[in-house]
Design a protein. Sequence first.
Length: 276
Amino acid sequence: MFTVTQHRLAPPVQQQPSPNFNAGRIIVPRFLVFHYTVIDFDTTLRAFGRSGGNSAHLVVARDGRVAQCVDFNRRAWHAGESRWQTWTDLNTHSIGIEVENLGWLQRRADGRFVSTTDVPVDAADVVEARHKNPGHPHRWWQAYSQPQLDACAELAAVLCAEYGLVEVLGHDDIAPTRKADPGPAFPLTRMIAAGLGRNDPGAEPPAAGALMRVVPTFLNLRSGPSKDNAKVGAPLPQDTWVRRLGLQGDWAQVRIEGATPREGFVWAAFLAPYAP
Ligand SMILES: [Zn+2]
């Protein structure tokens, strides 16, 4: 468990000092703001290390490692033009955490997923979800890893307690027309609960269930996990890809994505791992 000593995490995490903060200026943080990096952990640290760029107080890698770039009582440069309720310029009022994640993804004609930086993402690591803010039409997102979410929850708890923070936010809350991060794959409600002990009735992000494909020529979709249950719409043609949400005996609960998503149960043995 971390503590905070002299505005740094203790025991000390990787120190990657960034020149991108306002020297000679002390802030009193009130908010915690989460972001995603789009680029990888090491590239993020290098970018923050170059003067003239951005910065954040902390960066959390996919494996759960944490690096500190700016002391918590210094004004880091992560929020840009921003507002929360009556507060503006959130850089002056917040601690910023960048979480290593590629953000929204494109699905290519061959079915493969790639980030905006052209990094391929395994289908099992893809979350389909709508963004809460209108104006972000993106549909596919890289899932966050469990180690980094565990680290984020611990950091939220420690920092909210240490600084008496009053809200845990996403960049997409404080700059909703400009920013989509940390996006719908990030469980902000978990961080709010960890930091503030408050369970917001927000929707948890969907789990990144395994992507599977239909093997036989046709496969019936049923409303429950047995042949006695009614069929749900037309049978699924071969090579339909579905998201397996769970297993009940020999049956798999699945969701069929698309313009009119359907959910139901299929005979699990008739699904194979999705391979584009
Ligand atoms: Zn951001």
